[in-house]
Design a protein around this ligand. Structure first.
Ligand code: PLP
Length: 380
């Protein structure tokens, strides 16, 4: 039995994912965390820290910064400097801070469909939002660069990029990232690149490239957001960081952060360090397990001709086109049959659902069985 086959009851543990459907027979497969235990070294580090018994104000230490620097070098071949790192309590705050940095009523450009907090961040901060539809190019979600460029207005100041792409699982290529940098430089846009899914590239033939690692000049206009939270299933600990090589940009970002949570909590520090220094083997096995789960989802889609899914290289999320089912609300259909997916409407397309497949194989099989029943019910 694999480590990831272990069934752990998450109900009643302040778990957003499972508690949404508590006291029902619905299996949750929505919000993006995993039903797997974190790596043992992370749990041991937390245990050790808890046993110390004092949980006062925190300060970041060099060892944890070094752990981040080494991990990013080892996994993403990007050499960053300690002073570029800005710790914060979440990537969502990071997206909001990037939007706050630019003047009121200026424009932000992003793609659609997209992780919903990209849109809400622009609303929270009184920005005008332009969205460029993602296009199917060679059976994969990508950006139509001509359209992207044509939609940049003179008041546009910021591009919010999601790489790897949630919800569609695209890992953008070097050529695509270079093109985006070229366009953003031409129009003097800051790029805020949300790379929270960077470590979860499950297709072994593909590699994540941090956009700021391409070129030192381009990097001067880039804010990269990363975290151990998705990778090691520690989202509830709230540890994340921005990487900002340009001092002026970094100070502007830090100014917005001031007084709003500059220090991550004491348990988050211990978990982050253990995750980045002692959990590579766990991560390798996790990606293997996720790939097998993805294959199961893919088989299920392939045998149901009314469902479509483009190829996806990263994340544990499947973005499923249900248009050919001809139902008013696919999310409601699957819910009726006991599966709680994400409604694609929140991401910008009501014809889609998003399935979180980071769960035990047994649970995933039951999810797919129920989804099959829902589809079969339409034919009767
Ligand atoms: C693209 C993306 N960004 C950010 C987040 C959330 O980040 P955090 O929990 O660190 O605020 C998620 C979670 O699903 C995500 O998919």
């Amino acid at each position: 039995m694999s480590f990831f086959d272990k069934e752990i009851d998450r109900r009643g543990t302040h778990c957003e994912k499972w508690d949404k459907y508590k006291d029902t027979d619905v299996i949750p497969a929505w919000v993006a965390d995993m039903d797997f235990s974190s790596p043992i070294p992370v749990i041991n580090a937390l245990r050790q820290r808890v046993e110390h018994g004092i949980f006062g104000y925190t300060g970041m230490d060099d060892d944890t910064n070094e752990a981040v620097i080494d991990f990013i070098k080892r996994h993403h071949n990007w050499e960053i400097k300690k002073e570029w790192i800005v710790w914060m309590t979440g990537v969502i705050p990071g997206i909001n801070l990037a939007c706050r940095m630019i003047s009121d009523n200026s424009e932000v450009i992003t793609t659609t469909p997209i992780y919903p907090h990209f849109v809400t961040a622009t609303k929270n901060t009184n920005k005008i939002l332009t969205q460029v539809p993602m296009k199917e190019i060679n059976n994969r979600w990508s950006i139509d660069f001509e359209e992207f460029e044509s939609k940049i207005s003179p008041t546009c100041k910021l591009f919010l990029l999601c790489n790897p792409y949630n919800p569609g699982g695209t890992v953008f290529t070097k050529a695509e990232l270079e093109k985006l940098c070229e366009i953003c430089t031409k129009y003097d846009l800051i790029i805020c690149s949300d790379e929270i899914h960077a470590d979860l590239v499950i297709n072994p033939k593909t590699k994540h490239i941090p956009i700021a690692s391409l070129d030192d000049d381009y990097a001067q206009n880039i804010i990269t957001l990363m975290a151990p939270s998705k990778t090691f299933n520690i989202a509830g600990l709230q540890s994340s960081f921005a990487i900002i090589p340009n001092k002026k940009l970094r100070l502007a970002f830090k100014k917005e952060l001031r007084g709003m949570g500059e220090n991550i909590n004491v348990l988050a520090i211990s978990a982050t360090k253990a995750a980045y220094t002692q959990s590579d083997e766990w991560l390798r096995k996790l990606k293997k397990y996720l790939l097998e789960n993805f294959k199961l989802v893919k088989e299920f889609i392939d045998k149901n001709r009314d469902l479509q899914m483009l190829s996806s290289d990263a994340t544990f999320l499947a973005w499923i086109d249900c248009q050919a089912l001809h139902v008013a609300n696919p999310y409601e259909l699957f819910l009726e049959y006991g599966v709680g997916l994400n409604d694609g409407k929140r991401f910008g397309d009501k014809n889609f659902v998003r399935l979180n497949f980071a769960t035990t194989r047994k649970n995933l099989e039951e999810i797919l069985r129920r989804m099959q029943k829902a589809i079969d019910s339409l034919e009767n």
